[in-house]
Design a protein around this ligand. Sequence first.
Ligand SMILES: Cc1ncc(COP(=O)(O)O)c(C=O)c1O
Length: 384
Amino acid sequence: MDDETQPGLKARTIACQALNAGDCVTRAIVPPIHLSATFLRDPDNGYSSGCVYGRPDSRSVRQVEELLATLEGAEEALAFGSGTAAASAVVLALEKPTHVVASQVMYWGLRSWFKNIGRYGHAVTFVDTSDLQAVQAAVRPGHTGLLWVETPSNPLWTLTDIAAVAEIAHAADALLCVDSTVATPIFTRPITHGADLVVHSATKYLNGHSDVIAGMLATARDGSYWKGVKEFRAQIGATLGPFESWLLMRGMRTLDLRVMEQAKTAALLAERLIDHPAILTVLYPGLPTHPGHDVALRQMRKGFGGMLSIRLKGGESVAIDVAAKVKVWKRATSLGGVESLIEHRASIEGPGTPCPADLLRLSVGLEDPDDLVSDLTRALDNHC
Ligand SMILES: Cc1ncc(COP(=O)(O)O)c(C=O)c1O
C-alpha cells in the first residue's frame, strides 16, 4: 500500500492516512507492527527486501520516518530513542571539532548537554538568537560549523527568524538545525525557511499522548554529513523500537487536529489572562505584545502553538502556590499531550537558568477551554 501515496495533499490528510501505511498482504488499513529483529537473505546472498537487521532496518520505524519527512518537506527523516538522542546525533556526527552557536533560551536539558560538548572537542557559544546581530557576532568564520536554534523556545517562547539565521549560517559554511518541537510541522516547516536539519522531541506534540519517548531528525538533503548521522545512529544503536514507532505514527495521525485546537485554546487563554490582576505578563507568540510576534506572523502558518507562560506579580512563592491550587491542570513536566500541564520551570531547571522564578509554563491540552480558564483563574484569584 505504500506506493499509493498521492502527492499534493494537505498535512491533515497526509497525517491522518499515515501515507497509506497499511499492510499489502492482508490489505489492512492499519499497519502491522514489524517486530522482527532479523530478515531472510535471498538464495543469491542478497537482501532484495532491503532489510538486513532490525536495528537499522525496521519497517515500522521507516513508516514513521517517511511520514515525518513528508510533513516537514524533508529529503529524509530518522527516528531516535528520544529527542535528546536525535539532538546529540546532530553534534556527534560533526566531522571535525566545531564551534556551535546555540539559542540562550532553549529546553534546559539540551542546554546542559551543549555546555558539556567540550569533552567531544567542540565549543559552544549561547546567544539570544532572536537578535540577528548577536548571532552574526557569535559566528567565528572558519570555526563555526553549526547553528542550533529552538523556536519558539522554552519557556519564554522566544521567536528566531529561521530564514535570517539560515543566511548567517550558510554564509559561514555552517549547518542550521532547528528544534521545532513546539511549532510542529503544522505551524512551521523550517526547511522551507532555509534550515538544513529539523529536530523534534517526538515525545511531545508529534506523539501527543504522553506515552512514548521518541525523537526525530529530518534533513533538507542527503550527503556526507547525513550519511554520517545515519552511521552514527546505527553504530550507537540510538534507534526507536518498532512498538514505539507504531504508537508514534498512531499519534501523528491526529497531529493537525490536535495542535490546531491546542493553539486555539492557548490563544483564548492568553487573551483572558492578560488583564488578570495577579499576572505580570503573558508570554505567547500570538499576542501582538510578544517580542517575537512579527516573526511568528511570518514564520508560523495557521497558528502560534499550544504553549504559553505566565509571570506572576507575587513572584516565585505565588507561582508555586497557583500551581498547587489548580485541579484540572496537572502539575507535571513535559508538553504537547492531550492533558494540560502546568509547571514551575525554574524549580526544575535549577541555578543558572534564564527562566524567571515567577514563571509558570502552561502546556495546553484538549480539555474544554472554559474548564481550563476557570480552573486557572480560580487559583489566581487567591492572589489579587
Ligand atoms: C524543545 C525540546 N527539545 C528536546 C527535548 C528532549 O526530548 P526528549 O525528552 O524526547 O529526549 C525536549 C524535552 O522536553 C524539548 O522540550
